[in-house]
Design a protein around this ligand. Structure first.
Ligand SMILES: NC(=O)c1ccc[n+]([C@@H]2O[C@H](COP(=O)([O-])OP(=O)(O)OC[C@H]3O[C@@H](n4cnc5c(N)ncnc54)[C@H](O)[C@@H]3O)[C@@H](O)[C@H]2O)c1
Length: 364
């Protein structure tokens, strides 16, 4: 079997999930190397997963590892610079969300991949999550009539690493981190319909001691076909990860819940190992998840990209989709600052999207 050689860049939370996906579910791929800034971390990740090579230098992993694909699992502020290097080295790229910090970076990434003739996939796993895919099929079969409203929300009690809370490294708070999922999923459900306006409200309600980023947000996106998408996102919600969608149509409705709705509802007096992502206790009632990585669609997403490389097909979710999501995120920060609907297209010049909320003088 042809095995596509993959290098994972990053050795943190999502890198583990991507590794598990390749290892357990994608025999057509082989992880040949891992990069982390810290050599000890790279070595430990390689040893834990039996990966033959590790690097603490991005240029070296690109030139020496023999990889055909780089899977970018690094903090947001590195997405653009690392994509440019990887494209220059002739590697196909799958990149974690959000695509970049700025629209200029996004444009440069897309252009560099086109110029180098390499594929760029925007890794939005909700487009591949099996339960959400079942919902999409039901809609395609006419099961809900004409969609008039979509809702999607992802909520937990806050990220696992400090960089998420630092806007210079993340570009913004929960909207950048998790609102991007909802927005990408709306576009996916609507065959990439154009968004025409964005309204948002947001605040820092829980993590005021560690960040000036928003940790709770609601965004309403209006699309050209009249559908509205409502994105609810929070880093202030206790009790573990919540990821759910609702589809409302003229002929029906569907609700899907990836975590609580896929869990074994359990009660434990003493507690046990692990219930689900971001659950801080297993004592008392828990939603005990199974096949967490599979249920969120990571193996399906990564398998799709490997198939695109092997069959020379365009990915179903592209850099352009990541850019469209980022534009809507920018508009949401501007809307929250000004208390009004922002019309698209919207192309502000800011170092990071959250600046539009903190310094609304950048909004034109
Ligand atoms: N699709 C999803 O649901 C999902 C979930 C989690 C994270 N992500 C995305 O994946 C990316 C990584 O997130 P994570 O949760 O794995 O983060 P993490 O903090 O767990 O891991 C980040 C990795 O990058 C390395 N790193 C940190 N700062 C660095 C620097 N200055 N230079 C070089 N390397 C550095 C760390 O050592 C670590 O290996 C982010 O873009 C995040 O938004 C996506």
């Amino acid at each position: 079997m042809l095995k596509t050689k993959v290098a994972i860049l990053g050795a943190g939370f999502i890198s583990d999930i991507h590794f598990e996906s390749y290892h357990r579910f994608i025999p057509e791929a082989e992880v040949v190397a891992v990069y982390a800034r810290d050599a000890a971390k790279a070595k430990a990740f390689a040893e834990k997963h039996n990966i033959p090579a590790w690097y603490d230098d991005i240029d070296a992993i690109l030139s020496e590892s023999g990889c055909e694909v780089v899977d970018i699992c690094l903090p947001n502020f590195l997405h653009a610079s690392v994509t440019l290097k990887a494209a220059d080295a002739g590697k196909h790229i799958i990149i974690e969300k959000p695509l970049a910090l700025t629209l200029e970076e996004a444009d440069a990434m897309i252009a560099a991949c086109k110029a180098a003739g390499v594929k760029l996939m925007y890794a939005e796993e909700l487009c591949f999550a099996p339960k959400y895919e079942r919902v999409r099929q039901m809609v395609k079969e006419g099961g809900v009539g004409d969609i008039y409203m979509l809702k999607q929300g992802e909520k937990h009690s806050g990220p696992h690493s400090a960089w998420f809370y630092d806007k210079k490294l993340s570009g913004g708070g929960v909207l950048m981190d998790m609102g991007c999922h909802a927005i990408a999923w709306f576009r996916w459900m609507l065959n990439n319909a154009r968004a025409v306006s964005v309204y948002a409200s947001m605040a820092t309600v829980y993590h005021k001691d560690k960040t000036d980023c928003e940790d709770n947000s609601v965004v309403i996106v209006e699309f050209e076909n009249g559908v509205i998408g409502v994105a609810e996102n929070s880093w202030a919600k206790h009790g573990g990860m919540d990821d759910r969608c609702e589809v409302y149509g003229t002929g029906g409705v569907v609700y899907a819940d990836l975590f609580m709705g896929n869990a074994a509802v359990s009660y434990s007096k003493n507690g046990y190992g692990y219930a689900m992502e971001k659950a801080d206790t297993t004592i008392g009632w828990s939603f005990t998840i199974f096949e967490e990585v599979f249920n969120q669609g990571y193996p399906h997403e990564l398998k799709h990209f490997i198939d695109c490389i092997q069959q020379n097909k365009e990915p179903l979710v592209t850099g352009e989709d990541g850019r469209a999501v980022l534009e809507i995120i920018n508009a949401a920060y501007a809307s929250a600052a000004e208390g009004r609907k922002i019309m698209l297209p919207f192309s502000p010049k800011v170092e990071r999207p959250i600046d539009l909320w903190h310094h609304p003088q950048h909004i034109k």
